[in-house]
Design a protein around this ligand. Structure first.
Ligand SMILES: C[C@](O)(CO)[C@H](O)COP(=O)(O)OP(=O)(O)OC[C@H]1O[C@@H](n2ccc(N)nc2=O)[C@H](O)[C@@H]1O
Ligand SMILES: Nc1ncnc2c1ncn2[C@@H]1O[C@H](COP(=O)(O)OP(=O)(O)OP(=O)(O)O)[C@@H](O)[C@H]1O
Length: 296
């Protein structure tokens, strides 16, 4: 008789996308990073991750990402970073628990280099999940601080609430937005955030706004004009969407989004997109599905 073991049921953790509903660049810090004001909208659409913990001391990926060596994958970097926070005793120097291991599964749906935070969100989900599964028990602000060392967009996903942002994107003030649906279109070009922030023509002197005065119409994305000049696909996609609804680029691109009050309207416009377009319709959430999952 052949005995087959039943495959273990994996627990899938959400890794949602974000949009920058606006992105103002107010200046530049001495280390080259930019001083921003933004509104991060968390979406109900994203990747999913599952974590099989073990005692091998190794972090391995079931689904490596083509073109991204495992040691550069933000999932692996986040797991390694957290592992270094595991202290077995109170002695100095502290002893790290190097038996902590994990085999990580990824369902990738978010286009990379899209300005919707895919890699950062994967890193945040890894930190939040392994903090629990490895019993490291760091508090949320400590996890966010750790996440910031991986990328400016990681803290918002750990914060887990739609929020205004300042600093490099790590000073967060939660806000509740009315129910809105977004048609997000990926114009088939991968844009390097570093290249846009380095560009000589990027405007860097928008005056700071008072968040209480926020309206979509009185804000903008300072990277949009430059990216549209460099990438005609982004300009054309944005131009197309603007015929139907208020629309804007997110982050440093490449994705552009259009805002709708009704889900069906967003779906109707999606159906009109040119054949072959990569797009999704998502609902804006005030609370991240990662936290809804944690509490379930
Ligand atoms: C454009 C945004 O997505 C808006 O939410 C973020 O500011 C970018 O966040 P991210 O992709 O997590 O960025 P990081 O990985 O920290 O940085 C990528 C590159 O962007 C530049 N960068 C990033 C954030 C920031 N406030 N100023 C910068 O100048 C840095 O030079 C860095 O080389
Ligand atoms: N787990 C990961 N998922 C996606 N990209 C990753 C991951 N790990 C490393 N990367 C690298 O990060 C780069 C940026 O990917 P990402 O999807 O986060 O871009 P983005 O949406 O523009 O990010 P942001 O909005 O934070 O600037 C990729 O091109 C890839 O080289």
């Amino acid at each position: 008789m052949v005995v087959t073991s039943t495959p273990k049921k994996l627990e899938w953790w959400p890794s949602p996308a974000k949009l920058n509903l606006f992105l103002h660049i107010n200046g530049r810090y001495e280390n080259g990073y930019h001083q921003l004001q933004s509104l991060f909208q968390i979406l109900d659409f994203g990747d999913e991750l599952a974590f099989e913990i073990n005692t091998s001391g190794k972090i391995t990926l079931a689904n490596p990402i083509e073109g991204v060596p495992d040691q550069d994958n933000l999932i692996v970097k986040a797991a390694e970073l957290l592992k270094n926070q595991s202290v077995l005793n109170t002695q100095q120097p502290p002893v790290i628990d190097d038996t902590l291991g994990c085999h990580i599964h990824l369902k990738k749906r978010l286009p990379m280099g899209g300005g919707i935070g895919g890699g950062s969100s994967n890193a945040a989900t890894t930190l939040v999940a392994l903090n629990k599964l490895w019993n490291i028990n760091l508090q949320q602000p400590d996890l966010a601080e750790l996440g910031l060392t991986l990328g400016a967009d990681v803290p918002i996903f750990i914060h887990g609430k739609t929020a205004f942002a300042e600093g490099v994107g790590e000073i967060l003030e939660s806000i509740e937005l009315a129910e809105t649906y977004y048609l997000v279109v990926f114009p088939n070009c991968h844009i390097s955030t570093a290249d846009i922030f380095k560009h000589a023509d990027l405007p860097r002197n928008t005056a700071k706004i008072n968040f209480n005065d926020y309206k979509f119409d009185n804000t903008h994305n300072d990277c949009q004009e430059l990216v549209c000049n460099l990438y005609p696909n982004v300009a054309n996609t944005l131009h197309w969407l603007l015929e139907y609804a208020p629309s804007r680029m997110t982050g440093t691109g490449a994705c552009v989004f259009a805002k709708f009050n009704r889900h069906q309207k967003a779906l109707n416009i999606q159906a009109l997109l040119p054949k072959g377009s990569v797009s999704f319709v998502a609902k804006g959430l005030n609370i991240s599905p990662l936290y809804t999952h944690m509490q379930s």
